[in-house]
Write a protein that binds this ligand. Structure first.
Ligand SMILES: *Cc1c(COP(=O)(O)O)cnc(C)c1O
Length: 423
């Protein structure tokens, strides 16, 4: 038995499912997870000393690759001066200023400790600002595990949603309306009669694989929100500082009212943030009457990791080079699949990509759900066996770091070809 397997069995005794976040359990790919011993650059090493090319990168957080020496140096210097103060420190101001300079939509920002906290706080703020209760989200978008988001579309003509997890109350579900992604008509019909506090969306969805919003859909969504005084929230926890430095909002050139960030922002530390228009952000305590707080929020070490990460991804042509790497893999896979007449396509932007075992363009969760997961499972297992770690679910995006080399990508393409040959 491998060390990973032993740890997993032991872990299940102490931790529900043996993991601290469900997707890590590898349930949807029919395996038991490997346990990570260490990681460096583009590689992860498991407890049994097997090496993997990592296309997960801690779900996108590790844009520079794992344990980048420049980050390590910076945080070890910072940590010696104290780990957390529960009182203001300079690094918070420096990181806030950096983010405000990068994102035109953000005039003020507050740091929290996870993406979940960021989205939870953002919808509370939107509700407090508008004095309205209902929110619109889209099927297949993920906004963390806050109760208001664990809601699926209601059945039939019901506009209000239904709990998507035990423990979420029906009364809370009534305030969340979940609509199909990329369908503006549905939004139009709901937004005009329902006093909607906010619409929250992943402008490029990374939690139903990698699905772009349609530019006209997003533009009309912006116009509708302005017209009905509904707060438009772009959840860029995954895409911010990842598909482009200034996120998907920069690619689409659309300014939301509020933005949520996370993942890359903390350089691997637990950091999230929400920010946006000053007039909305000023509603937050202590200046305003929308309460939000955090014991460890804005701690100096996490802020230093974020600051250094942003400095490094601001290097000239950083995102052009990252995007080119991503497209080398994406185009390479597309070309190989074509030669084998395989129903397949891949797409990517910046340091993020998606692979689909279908020929049909996927536009929303409803499309995505129709796909046969057994092909993905077979692919995943084959790649993992050959030392390549893709996200262990067909509903998750992939990530490339600046540490990945052409050699890594070529090896990945070679193994992909081998998989096609063996099928
Ligand atoms: C990861 C993610 C979240 C949740 O962030 P956590 O740090 O896991 O709480 C929220 N929204 C999006 C778009 C995400 O990708």
């Amino acid at each position: 038995m491998t060390i990973s397997k032993k740890l997993y069995i032991k872990g299940k005794k102490y931790i529900p499912g043996g993991v601290n976040s469900p997707v890590r359990a590898f349930k949807s790919v029919g395996l038991t997870p490997f346990f990570v011993k260490n990681a460096k650059g583009q590689y992860i090493f498991d407890e049994d000393n097997k090496k993997y090319i990592d296309y997960v990168g801690s779900w996108g957080a590790q844009i520079l690759g794992h344990a980048d020496n420049r980050i390590l140096k910076n945080i070890s210097k910072t940590i010696k001066k104290g780990i957390t103060f529960g009182a203001p420190c300079k690094n918070e101001i420096l990181l806030a200023k950096e983010i405000i300079e990068i994102f035109p939509a953000i005039e003020k920002i507050r740091m929290v400790n996870s993406g979940t906290e960021a989205t939870m706080s953002a919808i509370r703020l939107a509700r407090g600002y508008t004095n309205r209760d209902k929110i619109i989200k889209f099927n297949g978008c993920y906004h963390g595990h806050g109760d208001s988001f664990l809601i699926k579309a209601g059945s039939g003509s019901a506009t209000f949603g239904k709990p998507d997890s035990k423990g979420v109350t029906k009364s809370l579900a009534k305030d969340t309306i979940s609509l199909p992604y990329n369908n503006i008509d549905k939004v139009k019909s709901i937004i005009k009669n329902n006093n909607i506090a906010c619409v929250i969306i992943e402008p490029i969805a990374g939690n139903m694989n990698f699905v772009r919003s349609n530019p006209s859909f997003l533009k009309e969504l912006r116009a509708l929100c302005s017209r009905y005084k509904t707060v438009l929230i772009f959840d860029e926890v995954m895409t911010g500082l990842r598909v482009a430095k200034a996120g998907a909002q920069n690619i689409y050139n659309i300014k939301p009212d509020l933005v949520t960030l996370g993942k890359v922002l903390g350089g691997g530390f637990p950091v999230g943030a929400f920010g946006g228009k000053k007039i909305i952000m000023d509603k937050l305590a202590p200046d305003g009457d929308v309460y939000q707080a955090g014991t460890l929020s804005g701690n100096p070490v996490a802020m230093a990791a974020g600051l250094k990460t942003i400095e490094l991804i601001s290097a000239p042509r950083y995102f052009t080079k990252l995007h080119n790497k991503t497209m080398y893999l994406v185009n390479g896979m597309n070309n190989i699949a074509k030669k084998f007449n395989k129903d397949f396509y891949a797409d990517g932007e910046g340091g993020m990509f998606g692979i689909f075992f279908t020929d049909n363009q996927i536009n929303n969760f409803e499309d995505m759900r129709k796909l046969d997961s057994s092909i993905f499972v077979n692919f995943f297992q084959f790649m993992l066996h050959h030392g390549i770690f893709f996200a262990p679910s067909m509903f998750e995006a992939g990530f490339i770091s600046s540490a990945h080399t052409k050699k890594d990508l070529d090896f990945t393409l070679k193994v992909f070809k081998k998989w096609l040959e063996s099928n």
